[in-house]
Design a protein around this ligand. Structure first.
Ligand SMILES: Nc1ncnc2c1ncn2[C@@H]1O[C@H](COP(=O)(O)OP(=O)(O)OP(=O)(O)O)[C@@H](O)[C@H]1O
Ligand SMILES: [Mg+2]
Length: 429
């Protein structure tokens, strides 16, 4: 690599950048595509101060976090970042499954026509004609299954002969205010958005196997402020949602329960946290250092567990309710795959197996080559998934299956009126 920095701009699709704008951490991953596969070449992380439950609540602080993480990743990769795949989360996310149908037309011999790529495009468009309120923005329209003359099981029916083509799709929408605010923050750092990607969808690219997606699996990303869910079965995404709780709630509970400052509670969680009572060592004593008004105190891991476990159980109960409501709980033959920082609390997998009566595992990013050890943690699943998502999108564009989208800027405030944005942020809460 020469001293001149390469750009991640318009014509250089060999470099892909993922920006995981999380409630706790802002992470930037730069990956390079080579013949051997995708290699990580840069990683930068900084604390997020301007986010709450997956949504930007302070623009200046969010912009600062983005700049810090981008600069760190740029230095490592010797690359200039000017466009990114960015994550979206928050409990404003909604999803719906929808159907569309078109006539393919009758050929001269009366038996129907061969289905073309354009027919598929057309039927997906028909399936999108769901009316959403004006304040919603469509993030993804993901095809699930195709039916040709009532015959199901087609994932790509190009070339199949038929009279009628039907499609089912999964549509994911976000509050326009939340999506536009992210674009606005990117504009402030002179960076374009290639695409806003749902957090759980991004993570799924990095941690789920094809077999799990066929058999039925729930990807659950327990981060700092949100728990993000994506359910797959029969090889397609079927349900997505976001619960506005995560590891920050656990920290807050510890701070209240043990009457210690937030930072001390966070440290206790990281060093001695445990989500399942059977793993909590009751013999070890932990000293809570006192101050002028308060003497030193002692706690044991089982006391810490007695605060953490109920909160994790609450998150799992909300998860079960969500999966039951979406009628997908009974589809999870391959069980649950956890990612996100809070899934690292020891005992999380054990507790989940008990509560759900399903197999569970921790998911680390796979599918990345050189320097992938940098990303070898569930905490980096989203950033890794964003670059893998980007690579998939670029492939689809190169094979003519997808049209290159315009790189996005915020729609309404090219002139940068902070007041408007602040009002919009206030609207979300
Ligand atoms: N080793 C660990 N053990 C326990 N908890 C951890 C560990 N590492 C990180 N966490 C917790 O994970 C949370 C942050 O996770 P993560 O970085 O995935 O969140 P985020 O992406 O910033 O937030 P979100 O996705 O919710 O918007 C914090 O609450 C942090 O305390
Ligand atoms: Mg996250």
């Amino acid at each position: 690599m020469g001293s001149k920095k390469r750009m991640t701009g318009e014509n250089d699709h060999d470099i892909l950048v993922g920006l995981d704008l999380g409630t706790t951490n802002t992470t930037v991953m730069i990956a390079e595509r080579e013949e051997s596969g995708m290699n990580v070449i840069g990683l930068g992380t900084s604390p997020s101060l301007g986010m709450k439950n997956g949504v930007v609540v302070n623009i200046e602080q969010t912009v600062d976090s983005i700049i810090q993480s981008v600069e760190e990743a740029e230095r490592m990769a010797n690359v200039s970042v000017d466009s990114v795949y960015t994550v979206v989360s928050g409990d404003h996310i909604r999803s719906v499954n929808s159907k569309g149908m078109i006539a393919v037309g009758r050929s001269n011999n009366g038996i129907g026509n061969k289905i073309t790529r354009e027919d598929i495009q057309r039927v997906i468009e028909t399936a999108q004609t769901v009316q959403f309120p004006a304040d919603r923005e469509v993030l993804h329209v993901i095809p699930q299954d195709f039916l040709v003359d009532n015959r199901d099981g087609f994932k790509d029916p190009v070339g199949i002969v038929g009279l009628r083509l039907e499609a089912t799709v999964h549509i994911i929408t976000a509050a326009q205010a939340a999506a536009q605010t992210i674009l606005y923050c990117l504009q402030e750092v002179k960076t374009y958005s290639e695409e806003l990607v749902l957090q759980a969808l991004a993570a799924s690219h990095a941690v789920l196997t094809g077999d799990e997606k066929e058999l039925g699996v729930a990807l659950v990303d327990i981060g700092g402020g949100t728990t993000d869910i994506a359910v797959f079965y029969d090889g397609a995404i079927r349900h997505t949602s976001v619960i506005p709780l995560g590891g920050e709630s656990v920290t807050r509970d510890l701070a209240h329960g043990l009457r210690v400052p937030r930072n001390e509670a966070e440290e206790l969680k990281l060093e001695s946290g445990c989500a399942h009572s059977s793993l909590a060592n009751s013999a070890k004593e932990i000293v809570l250092t006192g101050n002028n008004e308060r003497p030193d105190r002692h706690v044991t891991p089982d006391i810490i567990n007695s605060i953490i476990q109920p909160r994790m159980e609450e998150i799992f109960d909300l998860l079960i309710k969500d999966l039951r409501q979406a009628e997908v709980l009974q589809k999870l033959t391959a069980g649950i795959v956890f990612t996100g920082g809070a899934s690292l609390i020891p005992g999380t997998v054990e507790l989940a197996e008990e509560v759900f009566a399903l197999p569970a595992r921790l998911g680390k990013p796979v599918g990345l080559g050189r320097l992938s050890e940098l990303a070898d943690s569930p905490v980096h699943a989203v950033a890794a998934g964003l670059v893998l998502h980007g690579a998939k999108q670029q492939d689809a564009i190169n094979r003519g299956l997808r049209v290159q989208r315009r790189k996005r800027k915020p729609a309404r405030f090219a002139s940068g009126r902070f007041e408007n944005i602040k009002r919009m942020i206030a609207d979300i809460f």
